[in-house]
Ligand binder design. Structure first.
Ligand SMILES: NC(=O)C1=CN([C@@H]2O[C@H](COP(=O)(O)OP(=O)(O)OC[C@H]3O[C@@H](n4cnc5c(N)ncnc54)[C@H](OP(=O)(O)O)[C@@H]3O)[C@@H](O)[C@H]2O)C=CC1
Ligand SMILES: CC(=O)N[C@@H](CCC(=O)OP(=O)(O)O)C(=O)O
Length: 347
């Protein structure tokens, strides 16, 4: 059994990790931290876990994390990079759900996260945890920086277009119009996620610049092997879980005859967590709710030169905790789908 620790067990991605790992046949939950709730049984805070998780929270200093095989950090940015060196030195693998190990350029990290990076050698070593792009590197990694929720949808949505030897679309004018439910903002109390602010309302934010832009640009450029330019506009929508990304790309004249549906189907053939839907589909966020699936539909309105790619995922699962478990399965030589075969929840 893989001994798993979770730092930040009281947040939304932490409790999502608990939900997934409690049903994972190859895992023994060993430590779950909370700075404020030391000693409280996990199931007292989250009754949904009664009968599934018998552990109590422990404060991070008492959690004996170095006795685990792998530790997930479901914490704000900056926490994992302070603790990862000691854990790795003790032979523990680390999977960070925050952004500490996503952006490779330390100056860029400082600019967007407002803090200098404290372990540059580990930043270089860390593997970006997007299995459909980086599977082989993940297999041998001891430190994973998991992608952000929006970046997962944008990178997998654009990957088949950019992974070709020559450009098929105008790669200097990619446009991503993305919407997220409020759980993307975490469980902490903030005015903009109050019911009276977020319900019955719909707004864009971060248009001037959002920290997921440099991360996604870095990822798309790695996929393409060329420079790309992306405009990313996130929106907050009145739902709890889910991301819906509408991605636009202008087809180049020399690619007009490409069968893009077939291109996407080929690219993701055999991928257990990416579903390329039949032509004409409109995927809904609820078709992936609480599951690790990401669904994609490829459209070419009126047969013209604009591609419209629709992508849905659950921000807490494929956008965070599920993707973390997927990486863990790969790192420990398990079937990638172990513990991740949940059918989405309707309605
Ligand atoms: N929500 C989402 O959809 C996604 C989130 N992420 C990223 O995952 C991380 C967690 O997000 P989320 O679960 O939403 O956040 P929450 O705000 O819901 O939870 C944060 C958790 O971190 C703990 N924590 C806070 N500060 C510290 C600290 N200094 N040391 C140890 N533990 C600490 C808190 O526990 P306590 O106060 O009890 O100690 C809490 O359990 C973030 O970095 C986020 O950006 C990534 C993708 C998607
Ligand atoms: C709706 C909402 O607020 N979403 C968050 C992003 C989600 C996320 O957790 O991403 P990171 O891991 O990079 O922080 C935001 O836009 O800041």
């Amino acid at each position: 059994m893989i001994k798993v620790g979770i730092v930040g067990g009281t947040g939304y991605t932490g409790v999502e990790l608990l939900r997934l790992l409690a049903a994972h046949p190859g895992v023994q939950l060993t430590a779950i931290t909370s700075r404020k709730e030391d000693g409280m049984p996990v199931a007292d805070m989250f009754p949904s876990l009664r009968g599934h998780v018998s552990l109590a929270f422990s404060s991070p200093d008492k959690a004996r994390l170095n006795e685990c095989d792998v530790v997930f950090f479901a914490t704000p940015h900056g926490v994992a990079m302070a603790q990862a060196p000691e854990l790795l030195a003790a032979g523990v693998k680390v999977i960070d759900l925050a952004a500490d190990f996503r952006i490779k350029d330390p100056a860029m990290f400082d600019k967007w996260y407002g803090m200098p990076h404290s372990c540059l050698d580990l930043l270089e070593e860390a593997v970006y945890g997007l299995p459909e792009v980086n599977r082989e590197a993940i297999r041998n990694a001891r430190l994973i920086g998991l992608p952000g929720c929006y970046p997962t949808s944008m990178q997998l949505g654009y990957a088949p277009l950019l992974a070709q030897g020559k450009p098929l679309v105008n790669e200097s004018m990619l446009i991503a119009d993305c919407k997220s439910g409020v759980s993307g903002a975490g469980r902490k109390a903030e005015v903009h996620t109050l019911l009276a602010e977020a319900a019955d309302n719909f707004k864009a934010y971060g248009v001037k610049g959002h920290r997921h832009l440099p991360e996604t640009t870095q990822g798309l450029q790695a996929i393409a092997g060329r420079k790309i330019a992306l405009t990313f506009v996130p929106h907050l929508v009145p739902m709890i879980r889910g991301i819906h990304s509408t991605l636009y790309a202008h087809i180049l004249p020399e690619a007009r005859d490409v069968d893009f549906q077939a291109l996407y189907e080929r690219h993701f053939e055999g991928e257990k967590f990416v579903d390329v839907m039949p032509p004409g589909s409109h995927p809904e966020t609820r078709s992936v709710r609480a599951s690790n699936k990401l669904r994609i539909a490829v459209h070419r309105p009126d047969g013209g030169d604009l591609l419209v790619i629709l992508v849905v995922e659950d921000n807490l699962v494929k956008g965070a905790a599920g993707q973390g478990v997927q990486c863990m399965n790969i790192m420990f030589g398990l079937d990638e789908t172990t513990g991740l075969t949940q059918v989405p929840v309707l309605p």
